[in-house]
Each structure stands twice: as C-alpha cells, then as structure tokens.
Design a protein around this ligand. Structure first.
Ligand code: UFG
Length: 330
C-alpha cells in the first residue's frame, strides 16, 4: 500500500518524499505543479492534478491502494494571504475538505498534516508549547488552524487519526545536493540572503530593527528541512503503531535574529552581503521560538542539523550549484 504525499513536489514535500524513498516506502505524489517542481522528486509516482477538483481527488483514492496521507499542498505566503484571503481559504481549506472527504469515503484513516507556527499568532510564552493559545494574526495561519479543527472533529466522528506538525522556520537543503528551496517569488530570509551572496540581488532588507529583541530585529527558530522530513516519517510510524491523534511543534528551540542570520551567511559564504534596515513587515511577531520537547519525548525525534551554520551550509551548497533553482535542471 502507498503513502500519498500531497504537495510532494514542493520544498518540504520533496524532502519528505526523499526520506520515504530512502525507507523503501511506496510513494504516490499528488501535485498540481503550480508551485512544485517535478525535478524535485527523487522517486515515487507523480499524479498531476488539483485538490480543488473533488471528482479528481475521489478518483485518486478509487484507483490507488492508499494506506495513509501526508498533506503538504497549500499556499504558504503570509503577505499574500492578507491581500487575498479567499484564495487561501479555497486552496488550503476547501481542498483539504475534499481530501478528507475522499479519505473518509475510501476508508483511509491516517493523515500527517503540515501546519505552522503561524497558528499561534503573537505568542504568549517563549518557547511556545503546543498547549499555548492559538490566535493567528493572518489568514494563512487561520486556514491551517481551521484544518486542524476539521481534523479534530473528523477524528471524533469518523476515526480519522492525525498527527499535526506545526513547523517553525523551515530552511536548508538536502545533504545530497540534488534538491533544495526554490520558491517563485522568494520571500524567505535565508534564500534571499543567499541570492545577495550570489549577486542576484544588491542587498537584503531587514524588516524592522525596533522590535523588543536583543538587537531589535525579529527572532526566529530555524529548522532544517530534512529534520522536518524525518519528523513526518516518525509521525507516520506513530500513527501505524498507536493509531492515536496528536500535535507537535517542530523547531530547534533556539532563536536567531535577522542580523545574526545575515552574519552566519557572511561567515559561511565568505561574501560581504549588504544589509539595510527597512520598515517592519506587517504581521511579523517579534519572536517565535518552539519548545520541541514533546516531539523529542514522544516520537524520539532527534534533529541532525541543530546548528544554524549547518543549515546555512546545506542551503548555500544548493543555491550556489543551482542559482536559478530547478530551472537549472530542466
Ligand atoms: N525577513 C527580512 N527580510 C526579508 C525576508 C524576511 O528581514 O527579505 C525577516 C522577516 O521579517 C522575519 C524573518 O526574516 O522576521 C523570517 O522571515 P521568513 O519570511 O523567512 O519567515 P517567516 O517567519 O515570516 O515565516 C515562516 C514561514 C511561514 C510560516 C511562519 C510561521 O515561511 O510559512 O514561518 O511563523 F507561517
């Protein structure tokens, strides 16, 4: 039986597919390739199609022997979600309802769901615990929280067992160097700084230096994408073993400011990297740092790339060899 990975051609999805393939799992990737790249697939069978198409989703479950689902497919841009919330509700919520309905109808009862630190909004504690209040400050986080709630109620009603993973800042690239981060447009901090290192941009704009943090710039918890991928496989194992629903944060438990990240990239790349202070980006909380004690304890999750330098090193390896992302492989 196969594991269906929606959004498997995307950044975190493709790294999880790589991990599953390494474990000899049978993998089916469902991706509309709007944002994903088929070159990012190191294995598995690709079915190209859109989760917003209810009949198509139903057919995927009818035609394939699916044991469990890992659900990544979604829009992920916080800023865009504020400008166009209905686009996000449609793709992140309606699509997921189609997926859950098709799973229920086909008798598939295991799902690992890709959620986000954005479900917490402005945190009440640092580090953030899974039990802390969730009050998203943007539609992106709200759509993910809406799905989390649909999962909870679907467990009660249909026995749909889930593991929800709330990621902090996914970053880095596969150690093998074949896959990495390629968003268009790119909005994430580390790839943007690396584009400056590559001479593709003149400078990095640091959004705000008047936050209540040690150096005034925002603090985030950066977690390597392969460590995230490993957590998805462990979550799948847990569902198989215990058949119980649960929810976990995924981060390294250590915060780095924007200025610190720029400095680490300067050290790793050996490039000067011009950084300028720009106005705050609306909706950015000052500090987001995870407590990941629960996932370590309950799933025996052991991140391999805890340090920011190692994360940046793998990202740099990908970006310098693929300055145009997957376009360099087409
Ligand atoms: N930043 C800059 N300049 C840039 C880009 C980012 O200063 O050009 C800053 C941001 O303001 C933020 C930090 O760098 O303080 C990290 O920004 P990212 O855009 O890389 O990541 P976010 O923390 O905004 O978002 C990430 C994920 C989201 C998720 C969120 C959860 O990308 O999908 O974490 O908090 F919702």
């Amino acid at each position: 039986m196969a594991v269906l990975v929606t959004g498997g051609a995307g950044y975190i999805g493709s790294h999880t597919v790589a991990e599953l393939i390494e474990r000899n799992e049978e993998v089916i990737v469902l991706d509309n390739l709007e944002k994903g790249h088929k070159e990012a697939l190191l294995g598995g069978k690709l079915i190209q199609g859109d989760l917003r198409d209810k009949d198509f989703v139903k057919e995927v479950f009818l035609k394939n022997d699916i044991e469990a689902v890992i659900h990544f497919a979604a829009y992920i841009e916080v800023g865009e979600s504020v400008a166009n919330p209905l686009k996000y509700y449609n793709n992140n919520v309606v699509s997921t309802l189609n997926l859950l309905t098709a799973m229920k109808d086909a008798g598939v009862h295991k799902i690992v769901f890709s959620s986000t630190a954005a479900t917490y909004g402005e945190p009440e504690n640092t580090p953030i615990l899974e039990t802390d209040k969730t009050f998203p400050t943007n539609p992106y986080g709200e759509t993910k929280l809406t799905v989390e709630k649909a999962l909870k109620w679907s467990d009660g009603a249909y026995g749909l067992k889930h593991v929800i993973l709330r990621y902090f800042n996914a970053s880095g690239a596969h150690e093998g160097g074949k896959i990495g981060e390629d968003h268009d447009p790119e909005s994430h901090l580390i790839p943007i700084i690396l584009q400056v290192a590559l001479g593709k941009r003149d400078e990095i704009k640091m959004f705000g230096d008047d936050y209540n943090t040690p150096d005034g710039t925002c603090v985030r918890d950066y977690i390597h994408v392969s460590d995230l991928a490993q957590a998805h496989v462990l979550a799948l194992d847990k569902l198989r073993r215990e058949n119980e629903s649960s929810i976990y944060n995924l981060g390294n438990g250590k915060g780095f400011s924007v200025k610190e990240v720029v400095d680490v990239v300067r050290q790793i790349t050996g490039k000067p990297i011009k950084a300028v202070v720009a106005p705050r980006r609306p909706g950015d909380p000052a500090t987001l740092v995870a407590s990941s004690e629960k996932v370590k304890k309950e799933m025996n999750w052991r991140p391999k790339y805890g340090g920011l330098a190692k994360i940046v090193e793998t990202a740099w390896n990908w970006h310098k060899n693929h300055p145009n992302g997957y376009n360099d492989l087409v």
